[in-house]
Structures are given as C-alpha cells and as structure tokens.
Design a protein around this ligand. Sequence first.
Ligand SMILES: [Zn+2]
Length: 423
Amino acid sequence: MTTRSTELLRVVHSRPGVTRADAARLLGVGTGAATELVTKLSKAELLAQAPAAPSGTRGRPTTVLLPHPGGPLVLAAAITHESWRIDVVELGGTTAASRTGRHAGSDWPAVRTAVAAAIQDLLRGYAHRPRAIGVSVPGTVRSLRLQAANAGWHDADLTELWPGAEVFVAGNDATLAAAAESHRGAAAQATVALHLRIDAGLGGAVVEHGRPVIGAHGAAGEFGHMPFGDPAVPCPCGAHGCWGSAVDGTALARHLGDPTPRDPVTYARRVIAVARTAVARTAVAHTAGTRDSITRAPGTANAEATSADRPDRSTRSRQDLAGLPPPDPTDALDAVRAAGTALGRGMAGLVNALDVDLITLGGLGADLLDTVPEQIHDAYRRGLMMIHRDTPPPVLRATLADEDGPVAGAAEEAWAALLPTLT
Ligand SMILES: [Zn+2]
C-alpha cells in the first residue's frame, strides 16, 4: 500500500493534473483501488482533486490530481560562484516562490550565512511546509561536504545551510543540470546522454536511462579536469592542462592578455557578446561579396585603435577589469574560436570514450555553440574515431535555461528523496 501511495505521488509529480483514471492505468490498479489511494492521500493533505473537463466518453466522471494546497514543499537551492537562488517547489515541479542574492567572490561563511538566513525566512513564510532541500553547488560533494577549488571553498559543511533538515541532498551543479535535462529537456529521449556545462570551469555528467552516473563517492563528472588543455596552464584544482581552463572565461582572458577575471562567467559573456559583433560583420562582408575573413577595416567599430593606442590590459588589476574597454571584436572572436576548438576536441574524446548518443551543452557552452558552431563541429568531427564519423552524436543546446537547470535538478533530487518518506 505504501509503495503504491509513493508511486501515485510520483505519477502526480511527473504529470500534475493527471486524471485519476489515467493515474490508475499508469499504476496498473483498478479504479476502486485508485479512488481509495486518492482518498487516503487527500486526507493526509498530500493530494487534492478537482473536477476533470468532460472527456465526451462514457463512464464515471473522473477527477484530476493536483498537489494539496497545504501539502509538503521542497526547497531547491543553487549556489554559483557569483550568486545564489532558492526556489520553493511544489509537488509537480511548480515554483511557488524564489529568493536570490549575489555574492561575487565571497568566502564560504559569508555565502552560507546569506543562504541560511533566506532558508529560515522561507520556512517561516511557508509555515514549515518545506520538508526537504536539494542543493546545487559548483564543486564536488562527498558526504554533504563541498569542495569547490575554483571558488576557494574547501570542505564546507553544506548541512549548515539548514541545520535539522529532514531530508538533505546535494550535488554538483552540472550533474544536477544533466539530470534535469534528461528528465524534461533536450536529452529526454536519449539512452546515454552527455551533458556539459561551462560556467567557471567545465562540468558535466553522463546520464544513463535517466540517472546520472555519479561515481562511487558522488564525484564523477569532473570532465573539466581532464588534461585536454594547455599543459603549461595551472588549474586551481592543482593539476596542469585542465580542459576547463581552455574553454572558460579564464581561457578567453589569457588569449586576450587580460588578467584572470575575478568573475569569469560575466567576463566570458562580455567577450562572447563582442565576438558576435565580429561574426555579424563577417556575415555582412560575405553578403557584400568581399573576402570571407575578418579584417581590421578602418571605420568599423573599435577597429581604429592600433595596438599602440590600446591600454595595456594585462597590467590592470582584477578590480579594474570592469573599467577595461571591450576587446577588439576580431581579437574577441579569435579567443572565442580557440575556446570553441578546445571544446570540440574534448567532446570528441568523450564520445570516443563513452559512446553516448547525444551531447547537450549548457551554460557558456550553449553560447559558444551559438557563436562559433563551425569551430566546435570541425574540431569535434576531426577528433572522432571512424566508427562515430558517419553518425556523430548530435550536439544540442540544453533546453533548460542556464539558471534553471541546476535548480530544477536539485528540486527533482529533493522530491525523489522526500516522496518515499511521506506515506
Ligand atoms: Zn583542474
């Protein structure tokens, strides 16, 4: 009975508004048993019923099953290098409320304090209906302790975000985004999908039959720390030549001679946006029948300054970055192309190793795919073994928005852990 109750809650969670009749079919139980289950779960304030629209077919009118208005909720928190967000999520996945904050560059205690305060505020606001929390973090999680070398957060105890939480789950942001993408996004039909997400560094997950492969200790998916990058470049993780440092904002900064940006994601977005103006210019030049290459033609935006006129970008301190003029569009495009090539090469290596049937790109990876698709695809195809060349696994933009994937995955994990405890 309890298992069936949990199964019914799972059905309503994945298809809120499902009719009682359809839920009975999905569970493989008769209408009488389904009615009994629904009555029980309604009394427990877990489900509510509403009249279904007339179907036009014969038979007893059915009802649709919805989350109970006073029922349990989960909190889904996504902490990035720059910001945090906490969603209050109903059964069925609807977000009832959201809180956000920014913390660029803060140490862990400051971030923890801000997030913990927001959680307590939401618990009061929702009369302690939230029963579980899922936390997405930009690092590796073992035993609910976080290592995020890129952010300078070491061995942080995540449970301090909500001491005494009944159900507490946490995971790497890219892994959670991958799980969400396979549940509700572009990889929903894939058997074995690879999701890669570029933020500050690169992470991802292989999702097999809907479940992310998380490894023996939950730390799998650190694809960004495979040595596909420049062996001369040190990574905050302690290794050299990490792939992530060849594709993210720090890679673009090195290419442009800028100091390491304190906020590599915002920096990368800015450079990619400038690179797009050069792409647009190429398209215009191509249309006009001129050479299909980027030239520093006089009179085009930002191209008048010679190198002698330009400020010496590399001597600026990190704090001064905001004051830097935007890079030359041609230089920006060169930098973005180099990152795209590094991304494509690594993807080929992963396809050769893992034999996935689809790749989704999230975060800055999706922006790179939009901006320099030729460089990514060329490097990807060149790196593929012959056996994959005829039908290379498609490379798709992730469907869930950057800011939604990790938090959606965190909510799903929290619900998955909470549901069996409710009945
Ligand atoms: Zn590394």
